[in-house]
Design a protein around this ligand. Sequence first.
Ligand SMILES: Cc1cc2nc3c(=O)[nH]c(=O)nc-3n(C[C@H](O)[C@H](O)[C@H](O)COP(=O)(O)OP(=O)(O)OC[C@H]3O[C@@H](n4cnc5c(N)ncnc54)[C@H](O)[C@@H]3O)c2cc1C
Length: 443
Amino acid sequence: MPRLYEAEAYDTAHWPDSHWRATAPPAPDCPALTSSARADIAIIGAGYAGLNAALELAEGFGRDVAVLEAGQPGWGASGRNGGFVCAGSSKLSDRAIRARVGAAGAQAFADFQAASVARVAHNLTRYGIDADKGPEGELALAHSPRAWTRMQAAPLDPGARLLPPDALREAGLYAPRFHGGVLEPLGFSIHPLKYALGLAQAAHSAGVRTYGNSAVRDLTPQGDGWLLRTDHGTLRAGKVLIATNGYTDERLPPWLARRVLPVLSNILVTRPLSPAEQSAQGWTSRVMAYDTRRLLHYFRLLPCGRFLFGARGGFSARPSALKEFEATARAEFEILFPGFAAARTERSWSGLVCLTGSLAPYAGSVPGADGLHAALGWHGNGVAAASEAGRRMAALMAEGRQTLPALLRQAPPRIPLPRRAMLRAGMAVLRGLDGPVARIKQA
Ligand SMILES: Cc1cc2nc3c(=O)[nH]c(=O)nc-3n(C[C@H](O)[C@H](O)[C@H](O)COP(=O)(O)OP(=O)(O)OC[C@H]3O[C@@H](n4cnc5c(N)ncnc54)[C@H](O)[C@@H]3O)c2cc1C
């Protein structure tokens, strides 16, 4: 099976009806590849990973780069995410990371995550991208008394602050079902599609050729490089980077089959909330936040006064299933933010994030395929990580210079079980462990 979900999830003829698409400046469509072209390096996928790699290869290493994108730049997760620029690109615990790559490797991964956040800030400045950058910091909210006890017992990172409910209220970050929180200094929010389109524009200015509506159908070794076929053209390139994350076609190359686990994530955005409504709820801050559930919710107030609320846990991209998933997310939103319950959903959409068989991202070469590389598996937190890993992949591909942390260099194993059944069972277990959000209304 080349892809895990129904065809609707991969229909690049349509953009999701997202708040981002409604509020980003219009961008000219990139034309399709309709000829036999050549490039030093081909990149498949024009999201943050592919565009950052393309920019670094062109600007930093003077390479001739062509990007092939099935839709248009930012069509994938990069144009439809929550806009949290944050750490968290692995699902492994700190202890598991140390067991896998040692203390120095764990520190290198922590440094990579901090560098990833800084990379996005740097990109915004360097390319003059106005992406509605929000305040610094990210708030984790304890969803249960037990989570709050654990939070209080855990060592605090430098610059982090514990916030009991009173302090949350004072900070304008209050919702009655949370028991306390910890505000980490790392991270900030952005308009994700403005960032993606800004990168695409910068890549164009740097001489990168980006072909839209150009899904790669076939990838074969040819001479000392690779031949990529699209519906209307071909591209020959010495090296290739696969940067397709949750939208990966698992035949390209077959090595990828069953090493990735795409997972649906859903976002709803309300109508604008008046200052009085915000004050009545106790949530007036623009700091971004998430809760400590295993199937977490993430949320933030947008600069326009609308509220963004995200949830994970759908199993199917069929419209009826997505509607059900949206209804559950909406019910949970109303329980967690009763003061906002009167604000209807203005837009709701979903997209695919990407887990891997190792529960960590992979950025490196494809074993047994000279010149073929992949960078994917950001575990739902790729705004920052995909940006920085794309940059570091460029150094690896252009000069063989390895700057990626060891955790990202370990190829993920194949996932042995049927993945959708595994997801369904896994999510049921996680939901059980999290406990009900409380009195969830039926769709
Ligand atoms: C609803 C949602 C909310 C999220 N929220 C956050 C968040 O707040 N913070 C955070 O850090 N992360 C978040 N993420 C995850 C984040 O968006 C991704 O990790 C990140 O955008 C991945 O970037 P990428 O470039 O690797 O992949 P993508 O942006 O998904 O790009 C991959 C591209 O590859 C293209 N493609 C696939 N196959 C082919 C082919 N054969 N030929 C040509 N092109 C192809 C696709 O069309 C797609 O555009 C969220 C994701 C979703 C879906």
